[in-house]
Design a protein around this ligand. Sequence first.
Ligand code: ASP
Length: 302
Amino acid sequence: MNGPPPPAIAVHGGAGALDDSGTSGLGPEAPREEGVGRAAAAAWEVLRGGGSALDAVVLAASILEDDPTFNAGTGATLTASGDVELDASLMYGPTLSAGAVACVKDVKNPILLARAVLERSGHLLLVGEGASGFAREMGIPAWPNGRLVIPQQRARFDAARGVKPAPVGGGTIGAVARDRAGHVAAATSTGGTFLKRPGRVGDSPVIGAGTYADDLLAAVSATGHGEPIIRITLARLVADLVGAGRSAPAAASEGIRILGERVGGQGGVIVVGPSGEPGFAYNTPAMARAWSDTAGTIRTAL
Ligand code: ASP
């Protein structure tokens, strides 16, 4: 085939466990598959119209943050203190520029704050009150923590008092894209793990662990148990495997194999490399995902 490869989008809605009824315990899974499909379709329109990979992944992530089905933004899982602490990050492949926020309690769309950090802060990662203060300076309004909490998450918290924190939250979201100009971008956003200690930061806002994008390698978003993912810098590992010549699907599988074998981690990744071919892998029972095929049709799977 001649000419540049078509643009590509891939989205995940978190690697997680299914309970005996075939669900994550948060309700029916079908809305999750629909949700990732909707976000991928919206991002695809951006790419099809010549928009940038950065715009596409930010749009997909913000749609999923607003969808209460997912553990990001509204509907995020609760900490051991019973409130929501949000983490998000974003990276752009042509410039290797990145922005991230962690432990944010009063922002509706942390991915938009991560973008402001990337574009306007002169820093890469802002956390807690400093991140909130920067949000206000950027005109991002304060959003009450209680409005991020949905009744299902409150009920899950109330039912789980005294149980051990869950290693895999399920429902984290991420997006990777390649645009017509050949640039890649990646975004990841999460409420973290269920009943996490306040102040705990997982892989999602850590560049190289939860998110990585380099035009010379690939764009990657990870999900799953954050601590093992950080220890093997999973997103960068998978991007490097693409750089070394693996296809996106093969690099994703190898990254997840290493996650399981070297550090006993559970999780998943999505990848888009220079060819635009998407790759997915996970060692949990499920990972909601959506992607554009070569004809530009959005496909979904759980
Ligand atoms: N990776 C996220 C974290 O550890 C959780 C998840 O993806 O389920 O914070």
